[in-house]
Ligand binder design. Structure first.
Ligand SMILES: CCCCCCCCCCCCCC(=O)SCCNC(=O)CCNC(=O)[C@H](O)C(C)(C)COP(=O)(O)OP(=O)(O)OC[C@H]1O[C@@H](n2cnc3c(N)ncnc32)[C@H](O)[C@@H]1OP(=O)(O)O
Length: 128
C-alpha cells in the first residue's frame, strides 16, 4: 500500500469550510500503471483522489467516509509527468462534507496547468 502512495505528501491550507489539500506527485516506475500506453489507469487516479479527499476531511478533524466519488476524466494523465492533486470543501451540511478535487497536469504553454480530472465527492462523518 505504501508504494501506491510513494511521493504523496499533502500540504494543507486553511479554507473557510475547513482545509484544502494539495500534493505534487511524480510517480515512480512501479506506480506508472497503464492499461493503455501513455494513459495512467483511471482506477489508480480515483484511488489517489479518494485519498486526498479523505485527508482533506480528516486534517485536524474527525475522519469521514466516502459516500460518493464522481470522477470525470477530461484528458488522459501521462504516467511519467508531474501531476498536482488538489481537494477542497465546497459545502458542509451537518455530518455531510461536499468536496471537489482535481488532477492538474502541465499544459502546452510553459507554467500552464490544465485540469485533466475533476471529482465531486460526498464524505460523511460518523454519527456522534
Ligand atoms: C490496494 C491498496 C489499498 C490502499 C488503501 C487506500 C487508502 C486510501 C483511501 C482513503 C479513503 C478513505 C475513505 C474510505 O475509503 S471510506 C470507505 C468507503 N466508504 C464506505 O465504506 C462507506 C459505505 N457507506 C456507509 O458506511 C454509509 O452509507 C455512510 C457512512 C456513508 C452514511 O451512513 P450514515 O448512517 O452515517 O448516514 P445516513 O445514511 O443517515 O445519511 C446521512 C446523510 O447523508 C446522505 N447520504 C448518505 N449516502 C449518500 C450518498 N451515497 N449520496 C448522497 N447522499 C448520501 C443521506 O441522504 C443523509 O442526508 P440527510 O438526509 O441527512 O440530508
Amino acid at each position: 500500500m505504501r508504494s501506491l502512495f510513494e511521493g504523496y505528501r499533502p500540504t494543507f491550507k486553511p479554507h473557510s469550510l475547513g482545509y484544502e489539500a494539495e500534493s505534487l506527485l511524480l510517480l515512480t516506475p512501479s506506480q506508472q500503471m497503464c492499461y493503455y500506453d501513455g494513459k495512467l489507469f483511471g482506477g489508480y487516479i480515483a484511488l489517489l483522489m479518494d485519498r486526498i479527499l479523505a485527508d482533506c476531511c480528516k486534517h485536524k478533524d474527525k475522519p469521514a467516509f466516502t459516500a460518493y466519488l464522481n470522477t470525470s476524466f477530461n484528458h488522459s494523465v501521462p504516467p511519467s509527468g508531474p501531476m498536482l492533486l488538489r481537494a477542497w470543501p465546497e459545502k458542509v451540511e451537518g455530518r455531510k462534507v461536499f468536496l471537489k478535487g482535481s488532477v492538474r497536469i502541465p499544459g502546452k504553454e510553459a507554467h500552464d496547468w490544465v485540469d485533466a480530472v475533476r471529482t465531486d465527492a460526498l464524505f460523511i462523518r460518523p454519527k456522534p
